[in-house]
Design a protein around this ligand. Structure first.
Ligand SMILES: [Zn+2]
Length: 393
């Protein structure tokens, strides 16, 4: 399905712009008219991280006239393996500012608009309303559903992408012409089921592969060229080096864009909808949580307990709390590891940040380990408060 161009052309291109964009101008399908449309386009990138980095850089180079950036985070050293819009000297700087500086260096003709804030239900309509097209580079389900719901309710198209380890996906969601994200994923996955890139890792260059698809789709939508990924899901496997295009149909029963929608406004709380931690885990941690400092005190007092690290082996290799033994969360949830755990000792669980250990704690309590506890904030809290010489990741 081809669609008409999303934006009207700008009045003219300057002599400098004609020189700069000449390799676009000589493509018959783009030409001066297409480049003028890009000049007139207003595109918002949600997130200036893994996907936002290549997306913003290529959108800028392509001559998109106005580029908005919504991002509240600051640049961390662990971002630089993939977030190539930021550099070493940007560490500690707000990502939105760092990205804006890079964009100005790539193309001074771009008008950069910084939204140095987290996108939420109170500001999303106001921010989205200023743009023709949204590029979603977010890395969590709560923001993904918020972006989708706001885009559908405003009748705006957006280009979605997601990455994990060696796998990536991309699509264009535009409820007026095809399915929305909820048609594809009506419900968020149960908390703890789908690990984030912070938990499971991501091959840095995968961001470029998926970010490039997102920019290609954005340019096609803005200029009305080719067949956009509306109604199609692109699935990329870097290990096999395959791209598969899967048809996605609009779901007539979709809660948001279906025939009898039940979601007619933004949800009260997207974090809640996506359940950062499951109900069972929330209940399990009540009165069964210790701090990193308390763990240290227990160790110093030689209290008799077993410290179990429920992260994955690769994470255990990077950094570990002294005295911990590794039993990945999956082995606890499946019940496989339960028989190996001592009945006569208190068990203290920890993970990286406290989410996975809360899930594992719920399983342990259900299996009868009533006095088990978990460490709030996990390894990150330990590094921060007990031993800053250890690496954070
Ligand atoms: Zn839908």
């Amino acid at each position: 399905m081809s669609l008409p161009p999303l934006v009207e052309p700008a009045e003219s291109l300057s002599v400098d712009e004609i020189r700069r964009y000449s390799r676009h101008l000589i493509i018959p399908d783009v030409g001066v008219a297409g480049q003028k449309r890009l000049k007139n386009a207003k595109v918002l990138c949600v997130g200036a991280g893994g996907l936002g980095s290549p997306a913003l850089m290529y959108l800028a180079a392509a001559g998109v006239g106005t580029l908005g950036i919504v991002e509240f985070d600051t640049v961390d050293e662990s971002n630089l393996q993939r977030q190539i819009i930021h550099g070493q000297s940007d560490i500690g700087r707000p990502k939105a500012e760092s990205a804006a500086a890079s964009i100005r260096e790539i193309n001074p003709y771009v008008n950069v608009v910084i939204h140095n804030t987290a996108i939420d239900r109170d500001n999303v309509f106001d921010i989205f309303g200023q743009y023709d097209l949204i590029v979603d580079g977010t890395d969590n389900f709560a923001t993904r559903y918020l972006v989708n719901d706001a885009a559908v309710l405003l009748g705006k198209p957006y280009v979605w992408g997601s990455i994990y380890r060696f796998d990536g996906q991309a699509s264009v969601f535009w409820a007026e012409h095809g399915p929305c994200y909820r048609c594809l994923y009506p419900e968020p996955p149960p908390p703890g089921m789908v690990p984030s890139c912070a938990e499971g890792g991501v091959l840095g260059v995968l961001c470029a592969s998926i970010g490039a698809i997102q920019v290609t789709e954005a340019i096609k939508l803005l200029t009305g060229v080719g067949e956009p990924l509306v109604g199609s899901l692109m699935v990329y496997d870097a290990l096999e080096m395959t791209y598969r295009k899967i048809k996605v149909r609009k779901d007539p029963a979709c809660a948001l864009c279906g025939e009898n929608p039940t979601v007619t406004q933004l949800l009260e709380d997207y974090e809640d909808f996506c359940g950062a931690v499951s109900v069972e885990a929330q209940e399990a941690v009540v009165d069964s949580t210790i701090t990193a400092r308390e763990l240290k005190e227990w160790q110093d007092a030689e209290k008799d307990f077993l410290l179990v690290d429920v992260r994955e082996p690769a994470e255990f290799e990077i950094v570990r709390i002294p005295g911990s033994v590794l039993i990945p969360k999956g082995e606890i949830l499946s019940g496989e590891a339960l028989a190996t755990l001592p009945q006569d000792k208190q068990i203290v669980l920890h993970c990286k940040s406290g989410v996975r250990s809360a899930e594992a704690l719920a399983a342990l309590k259900a299996a009868g380990f009533k006095d088990a506890v978990h460490v709030q904030g996990g390894v990150l809290a330990w590094v921060k408060t007990i031993d800053p010489s250890l690496p954070s990741y």
